[in-house]
Design a protein around this ligand. Structure first.
Ligand SMILES: Cc1cc2nc3c(=O)[nH]c(=O)nc-3n(C[C@H](O)[C@H](O)[C@H](O)COP(=O)(O)O)c2cc1C
Length: 219
């Protein structure tokens, strides 16, 4: 059964959501260890995904040289060199290659009967490997974006800051980091300790962005 949630747990989660802001100035002396980054990525990967195929991939850029190389590709946005690391969120267009492993793990964990897991793996491999390219890309980008959001919230919960970045040259990024045709760069997420708070932003009133049962023509 899903465990009960206390009022304090609800409040601390809301605090994390409310306090996340895009941070663009980082304390370059703060280093997040690879072990801690792995912990953050492990929690980010608890995100849901299409048939649990987990189409997200993380390219962690934590070397000063590679961050410097990224700077012109990222429109000279200084946060890519000042943050402790930049996590490039990639979408895997061939995530079905892991179907056997994903379902084998589920069977080994006792979550699924082995013969059913085998059937699911075969079906997923067949289905995802024959998708039109556009659809495969859409699924990969959705899965990767869900992990990205979760990553930013986990980072905030641990006292770190982030900024999602779409402002970079995708072709140059693909070439510099040798992504080939299999991986789509979805966004860059610098992560570190803020040297300056992110500026507050507003949101449209919820009434303006919510429809109930039908999309009203006046919107
Ligand atoms: C897909 C996407 C791309 C973005 N690209 C950039 C970027 O290249 N550089 C940047 O400084 N902020 C970027 N942002 C951050 C937004 O400007 C920011 O999320 C928005 O203004 C709301 O502010 P908040 O994140 O502090 O709530 C991007 C956000 C998203 C979701």
């Amino acid at each position: 059964m899903t465990p009960a949630v206390t009022a304090e747990q609800v409040q601390s989660f809301i605090d994390v959501v409310q306090s996340r802001r895009s941070v663009r100035k980082y304390d370059s002396d703060t280093k997040i260890s690879r072990d801690e980054l792995k912990e953050i990525l492990t929690l980010a990967s608890k995100a849901p995904s299409s048939s649990n195929m987990q189409h997200w991939r993380y390219l962690v850029i934590d070397s000063p040289e590679r961050k410097q190389e990224l700077l012109p590709i990222a429109n000279s946005q200084q946060q890519v060199v000042e943050a402790s690391a930049v996590i490039a969120i990639l979408g895997d267009l061939e995530g079905w290659r892991n179907a056997d492993q994903i379902y084998r793990q589920a069977a080994e964990a006792g979550y699924m009967a082995p013969d059913l897991a085998k059937q699911f793996a075969e079906r997923s491999t067949q289905m995802y490997s024959s998708l039109p390219k556009d659809r495969a890309r859409e699924i990969a980008v959705i899965d990767a974006s869900l992990a990205a959001m979760q990553l930013m919230l986990v980072a905030r919960a641990k006292g770190y800051d982030t900024v999602p970045m779409g402002g970079f040259d995708r072709e140059k990024f693909k070439a510099a980091f040798e992504l080939g045709d299999r991986y789509v760069p979805v966004m860059l997420i610098p992560i570190g300790k803020a040297a300056q708070e992110g500026h507050p932003t507003t949101r449209l009133p919820i009434e303006d962005v919510t429809f109930w049962n039908e999309v009203s023509p006046s919107h």
